[in-house]
Design a binder for this molecule. Structure first.
Ligand code: FAD
Ligand code: NAD
Length: 465
């Protein structure tokens, strides 16, 4: 097979890698991308998109089961609801297929050459790819490592059989009757809530003192309340120990020091993700690390000249939109533009019920960074649109500098608030002050009005509370 020489080689076609390759192609950079599995990476194939599709399915089904149980406050009734989960998974797979073939098309349109196979470094400028038709050698002036991440496995609960990761959970053709979720973080709570709505009896085992420990307690309280209402048992300060000899019971050491048994047809382990740094010849190029992650600077340069790294392999926050932003930046750097990481915030959303959104600094983080702050919070219970959606639990909170009212952070919890993340991110990125948000006409009736009201409240003159 003839060797390929190019200006830019991207390894991994997840959101980091494929965005990098598309942007480089648009800029006329001679670019090759290598992907071992399917374009789209974790995000499109087994992550963001599939999980949000199944969360939507669960919400739809739950609304019907509530009506059938006579609990609809809208007067809706239904009889004998049923779900064909295999059909729902088929619908989800259809979305994945459309998106992944869309990515292939976009790469082609940008003039990027795609090579399918597993890439291994020979040296800092040369990579070998095991393709179906033989070994392909690729030489490049610049290489971007965008190999992503993989689920962390617990040694006493190895994946296999009843013990599953998010990947298997998103492909189940039937909801388990009982589900134990080990790890009450992003994935555990997003999928745990969905399975509870699909009829599973769910128990969450979280090692820390509360669920979603990365968010402040005010934001997670409505989520904990809703989990309880859905019948999800949450065990905090608890540690999973392993399976019973028969394999149908999870042994858990509780916060009270007791050993208890949790019945579980499936055990979903979601205790974090680790960078994909094995099997592609890292030892050949010996890059600096921060713990297991690849160390990068503000231009995503690794410790080896001409070798960049982006996305989950470079550490927290492991979010698709961060990977994409890094990918776009590196493509422009390789094309000769002057770029460096200058983002003011990376918004984060947890698609639980209700949803949580954060952008910028929390009140505590702002104080810890030495800012004197003003904080205002507006409850969704006072928002007309939230009432019409029967979604009154939650709030929008704004954190601003006390001296010049510069918005430092915005947080929200509530049904449907994920869509407010764009407004939050834009306000922080553009350096908005409280007066800018308060003085912007927000269309009525929308949840977005709560953002304006939270800014007004911080200024001391909210109108609707
Ligand atoms: P990845 O998407 O992991 O892609 C890496 C690619 O590299 C893979 O396709 C892999 O096959 C390929 N590869 C690796 N090594 C090689 C090699 N040697 N040769 C060739 N190819 C290779 N993030 C959000 O922002 N929002 C969400 O709602 C969200 N939900 C999620 C839900 C779940 C269940 C999971 C698991 C993750 C979720 N994430 C979410 C996280 C998100 O998926 C990741 O942050 C994102 O995919 C990281 O992108 P990446 O390009 O760094 O790597
Ligand atoms: P996570 O870091 O969100 O949560 C892991 C949880 O497991 C933590 O609360 C931790 O305290 C707990 N834990 C760790 N070890 C434990 C043990 N032995 N027993 C019990 N609990 C234990 O990790 P995740 O849910 O696996 O998700 C991985 C990453 O994927 C996230 O950090 C995030 O970056 C990304 N993700 C993002 C989204 C989103 O943006 N909506 C959704 C899913 C995943």
């Amino acid at each position: 097979m003839k060797d390929i020489s190019c200006k830019l080689l991207v390894i991994g076609a997840g959101p980091g890698g494929y965005v990098c390759a598309i942007r480089a192609g648009q800029l006329g950079v001679d670019t090759v991308i290598v992907e071992a599995v399917k374009p789209g990476g974790t995000c499109l194939n087994v992550g963001c998109i599939p999980s949000k599709a199944m969360i939507h399915v669960a919400d739809e089904y739950h609304a019907v089961t509530e009506a059938a149980a006579g609990r609809s406050k809208f007067g809706i009734s239904a009889t004998t609801p049923a779900i064909d989960l295999a059909k729902a998974v088929g619908w989800k797979d259809g979305i994945v297929g459309r998106l992944t073939s869309g990515v292939s098309g976009l790469l082609k349109k940008a003039g990027v050459k795609s090579v399918q196979g597993w890439a291994t470094f020979r040296d800092g400028k040369t990579v070998e790819v095991e393709t179906e038709t033989g070994l392909q050698v690729i030489r490049a002036e610049a290489i971007v490592i965008a190999t992503g991440s993989a689920p962390v496995e617990l040694p006493f609960l190895p994946f296999g059989g009843a013990v599953i990761s998010s990947t298997e959970a998103l492909a189940l053709k039937q909801a388990p009757k009982t589900l134990a979720v080990v790890g009450g973080g992003y994935i555990g709570l997003e999928l745990g809530t969905a399975f509870a709505k699909l009829g599973a009896k769910v128990t969450v085992v979280e090692a820390e003192a509360r669920i979603l420990p990365q968010y402040d307690a005010d934001l997670t309280k409505p989520v904990a309340k809703r989990l309880a209402a859905l019948g999800v048992k949450v065990m905090t300060g608890a540690k999973a120990k392993g399976l019973s000899p028969k394999g149908d019971v999870l042994m858990v050491h509780t916060a009270d020091g007791e050993d208890v048994k949790v019945e579980a047809e499936k055990i979903l382990v979601t205790v974090g993700r680790k960078p994909a740094v094995e099997g592609w010849g890292l030892e050949q190029i010996d890059l600096d690390r921060v713990r297991a992650f690849l160390r990068v600077d503000e231009q995503c340069r690794t410790s080896m000249r001409g070798v960049y790294a982006i996305g989950d392999v470079t550490g927290e926050p492991m979010l698709a939109h961060r990977a994409m932003a890094q990918g776009e930046m590196v493509a422009e750097i390789v094309a000769g533009h002057r770029r460096a990481w200058d983002k003011r915030c990376i918004p984060a959303i947890c698609f639980t019920d209700p949803e949580i959104v954060t952008a910028g600094l929390s009140p505590d983080e702002a104080r810890q960074q030495g800012f004197e702050t003003k904080v205002g919070q507006f409850p969704l219970a006072a928002n007309g649109r939230a009432m019409t959606l029967s979604a009154e639990d939650g709030f929008v909170r704004v954190v601003a500098r006390a001296d010049n009212h510069l918005v430092l952070g915005i947080q929200a919890v509530g049904k449907g608030v994920s869509e407010l993340s764009a407004a939050f991110g834009l306000a922080i990125e553009m350096g908005a002050r409280l007066e800018d948000v308060a003085g912007t006409i927000h269309a009525h009736p929308t949840l977005g009005e709560s953002f304006q009201e939270a800014a007004l409240k911080t200024l001391g003159h909210a109108l609707h509370i």
